[in-house]
Design a protein around this ligand. Structure first.
Ligand SMILES: [Zn+2]
Ligand SMILES: [Zn+2]
Length: 243
């Protein structure tokens, strides 16, 4: 680390402590002091009920594949999500993604660690779903990168947020049907095969709806020679409810 980086980090730390004094942390949901997301509000999040489809991770009535994956199974080795995207969690994700409350990455990423360890027992590298450069410029950060950073740190795995990229800007998936979602992200991603050849990847995203984005990322990674791709997302939007 260069001298200027060291100074920069120290200055960031100082500013962070100063900001804590001026703006003490308070829960983004209930405004209670002491944490950006309090334990009581986190306890209201609904876990994805088991069993789930062994491929896409959607809740199913009995163990095995869901009706969608029976017809056309995704190529990705498996997707799992921690919470149902509803209620208070929707508001928390909105604050995290669009209102600049980056500190929410710590409690949300921490919540994902156990599921990531269970799903990705053999993975050796953690990769966030990338945003396009234009979106990063506009938002200032990639929320999935922040989550991936927490997961990689906790599991002691390499984090690579540079070598899978979004090569074209895609319109938001909201409002598109499943065919539209797939078409919207097909070929949207590219990877540097030198970074991933022979690796087993844990892909991280905030919300999964149909899995089309994860599948498109996985396609790019498989093209780069990875051995396997598993994905874990913080939340699962119920596909039936957005169709
Ligand atoms: Zn709270
Ligand atoms: Zn499925």
């Amino acid at each position: 680390m260069s001298f200027m980086q060291t100074v920069g980090r120290g200055w960031d730390g100082f500013l962070g402590q100063f900001a804590d004094l001026l703006f003490p942390s308070h829960c983004v949901v209930c405004r209670r002091g002491g944490a950006w997301l309090c334990a009581e509000c986190m306890a209201t999040f609904t876990s994805v009920p088991l069993p789930v489809c062994s491929q896409c991770g959607d809740p199913v009535d009995r163990v095995g594949l869901c009706s969608r994956c029976r017809v056309s199974p995704p190529h990705i080795d498996g997707i799992r999500s921690l919470f149902i995207f509803s209620g208070v969690l929707r508001e928390v994700v909105h604050q995290f993604k669009y209102n600049g409350i980056k500190v929410l990455a710590a409690p949300l990423g921490q919540a994902m660690v156990e599921l990531c360890a269970a799903v990705g027992g053999s993975v050796d590298i953690v990769v966030p779903v990338p945003l396009h450069r234009a979106r990063i410029r506009e938002r200032g950060y990639n929320q999935s990168s922040l989550l991936a950073g927490v997961v990689a740190g906790q599991l002691g795995l390499d984090l690579n947020e540079r070598d899978l990229c979004r090569r074209r800007s895609t319109r938001p998936q909201v409002g598109l049907d499943i065919v539209g979602r797939r078409a919207n992200v097909t070929d949207a991603f590219a990877c540097n095969s030198e970074a991933f050849s022979g690796r087993q990847v844990l892909l991280i995203d905030d919300v999964c709806t149909t899995g089309a984005t994860l599948e498109a990322c996985a396609a790019a990674l498989y093209g780069g020679g990875v051995r396997a791709v598993f994905a874990v997302t913080l939340a699962r939007a119920h596909w039936q409810s957005v169709r």
